[in-house]
Design a protein around this ligand. Sequence first.
Ligand SMILES: [Zn+2]
Length: 366
Amino acid sequence: MIQTKHGNINLPAFMPDATYGSIKAASFKDVEKTGTEAIVTTTLHIEQKIGSLYIKEFGGLHKFFGWNKPILTDSGGWQVFSLIQSKADKGKNKITDLGCSFVNPNTGEHSLLTPESSQVIQHNLGADIVTVLDDPILGDASYAQRKECIRINTLWAKRSKKKFDELNSHLKVKPLIGAVIQGGNDTELRKISAEELLELDFDIYNFGGMPLHTGITWLTDSKKGFYHEMLEYVSSLIPNTKLKYAMGIGQPDDIAFCVDVGWDLFDTVLPTRNARHGLIYVSEGQGEETKKYKSFGYDTLHLKTERYKFDDKPIDEKCSCEACSTVSRAYLRHLIRIGEASGLRLATIHNLQFYADWMSQIRQSS
Ligand SMILES: [Zn+2]
C-alpha cells in the first residue's frame, strides 16, 4: 500500500489518465464511484493550458479538480519527446544537458523544460507522486546515442532529486518521487540505468520507453514477447523494497502479467479512449473475444457493430456500474454511434469500473 496526504493506494493499482486535467467524458465523482484510488495527470498540458502558478494560487490540483484522492504527475518529458518525434518538429526541438527546449506547435512560443523546472511545476500542482524528467531512447538510435540518453537520464534524475529535496524538506508528509529506467531494447543499458538510479535512492522506479498500446515496438518481429521479457528483466533489477511503476501499461492481460513479475502501478488511456470508440471490456464469456493471462480472463466487445442492435442485455451482467444498471447494449450502442455525450460517459464509467474490478480481482488472488 502507498500512503499519501490524500489517502492510500492499494497495490497493485491502476490509475486512469486525466490528460489536460480531465478524465474525458466523465466527472471525477464518476471516477471515484468506480473505486479508483488515484489518477495520473500530464504536467506539460496543465502548465500550457492552465498554468501551474494559477493552480498553486487556486489551492492545488486536488481543490481545482474536486478530487481528494492521490494524484500522480508525469514530468512533461513524454510530451516534449512526442513533439521531437512529430512532423511539427522541423529540428526546432532539442535535448541538451540543460533540459528540453521546444516550440509549442500551437502558439509558436519557445519553452525550456529542465529537470528543476519540471519539479517546480509538479510541486506547484501539489501532486502526491511526482516524476523526474527523463530522456527516452528512440527505436532506431545508434549505440552511442543510446548511451548518451542514459547519461543524460541519470544526470537529470540527480538534479531532479536535489530540487525535489529542496522543495519538500520542510514538509511533514512529502510526496513520493519516481525515476524512470531507460535503455530501450538493450538489457545492458537497462542494467546501467537501473543501477545508476538505484544509487540515487528514489521511492518509485518506472519502466520507461514506448507505451505498449501504440503498436510501436522496438522489435517488430517479436512484438509482445519482447515487451514481456523486457518488463520481467527490468523488474528483476529493482529491489522489492521499492515501488515499481509500469508506465503506459496496458491491456488487462498485460497488467496481470506485469503484476506477476513484480510491477505495482499502471496507467493507460486505453479504458477511457476505447470506451469513447465503443470498445468495451467485459467479464469472460460475455463478449466477442477472450483474452487471458493464467487464470485471469476477460472479453472485449465492439458495441458499434450490428450484432448489438437488438441486444437488450446490460453491457456486463456481472458489473454493478451505472451503465450496466441503467441501459441496454442496444441503447448504449445508439448513443455511442451518434456521439452522444451521455453515452460516452456511461461507456467510460463502465470501462473504468472494469479496470477497477480487474485490479481488485488481482489483489485478492495474491
Ligand atoms: Zn458496468
